[in-house]
Design a protein around this ligand. Structure first.
Ligand code: GLU
Length: 312
């Protein structure tokens, strides 16, 4: 059976970009008769707050995007808040440690982002392996708390995305040894998402194309941990009318503003029109959108929201 999921981070009110993600994940799984899991990705406790998560849950209910397992519903693979699942991440990290693939990294933020360091297309620095070969004596001398990195091989990991086609990356040269745990003890997204999607039996991951470049790293982790990887389907990003990436700061794209102006069906119908799977911008329920939904209709290029498109 297909198991899809929504995995929002509750760092603010849900916006149209998160909503498109939830809608596509919901439609893609439901259309195959599958189920949907809701997992709250609140690892970053400084940014993610419980009231935001509760508001997000209420917004999804208002929109009619239902889930079969998750907060409020329960299920066999809970808890469904990442902040309550650290024991699982701990176990996975220990397994990688036993394999001898993990090392402490003492680099400061400034060292990591030095202008001279090669950068990935998404702006992140490629980790040059500075701390990989420190001797025990050199580690002894360090005074700051270390982060934990995974050693990656000089190998290209690729896959066929369900929407975007072939994508691959050389882990060593295009990414570098990546973080599993920050120096403050917070587990990294890459580790948590793999552990959780596998533990929750997710077979289909639908998410924005900004995470396409994370997928080779995640596939490598699935392999090391002996877990079965899901199918990945990435979709284009929704952009503000001026072409910028939408963020939680775009108040008019946030559900707080939109819920005052429009009904749930009006929001979904317009969003689906922009996504190519509603022939007009007519209001529709999520159920009604199932009929016309097909991944082939969804564009591959980023989608710019026309000015005033979500006004009354
Ligand atoms: N929590 C992530 C976000 O809200 C999504 C991660 C994922 O879908 O893998 O951007």
């Amino acid at each position: 059976m297909t198991v899809g999921r929504f995995a929002p981070s509750p760092s603010g009110r849900i916006h149209l970009g998160n909503l498109l993600c939830c809608l596509l994940a919901w439609l893609s799984a439901r259309q195959k008769g599958g189920k949907v899991v809701l997992r709250i990705e609140d690892l970053d406790t400084a940014r993610c707050k419980r009231p935001y998560a509760e508001q997000m849950i209420e917004d999804l209910c208002w929109l009619g995007l239902t889930w079969d397992e998750g907060p409020g519903v329960g299920g066999p693979d809970g808890p469904y808040y990442q902040s309550e699942r650290t024991a699982l991440y701990e176990q996975a990290l220990e397994k990688l440690e036993r394999m001898g693939l993990v090392y402490p990294c003492y680099c400061t933020r400034a060292e990591l982002h030095a202008a001279s360091a090669p950068h990935r297309s998404d702006g992140q620095a490629v980790y040059p392996g500075t701390c990989r070969h420190l001797t025990a004596a050199e580690r002894e001398k360090k005074t700051r708390a270390p982060a934990t990195r995974l050693m990656v091989p000089d190998e290209t990991w690729s896959f066929t995305d369900g929407h975007m086609g072939h994508y691959g990356e050389n882990l060593l040269h295009e990414c570098g040894d990546f973080l599993l745990r920050r120096s403050d003890g917070m587990f990294a997204y890459q580790l948590a998402v793999v552990v959780d999607d596998a533990a929750m039996g997710v077979t289909e991951v639908v998410r924005g194309s900004d995470l396409l470049s994370s997928t080779p790293r995640q596939l490598y982790l699935y392999d090391l941990l002996g877990l079965k990887a899901p199918e990945f389907i990435h979709f284009p990003l929704l952009l503000a009318p001026d072409g910028r990436r939408l963020s939680k700061r775009d108040a008019d794209a946030g559900l707080d503003d939109l819920r005052f102006k429009l009904t749930a069906e009006e929001i979904l119908g317009r969003l689906a029109y922009l996504g190519g799977f509603n022939p007009t911008a007519q209001p529709k329920t999520a159920e009604e959108l199932l009929k016309d939904f097909h991944w082939e209709k969804v564009p591959k290029e980023d989608i710019r929201i026309p000015e005033g498109f979500f006004e009354r």
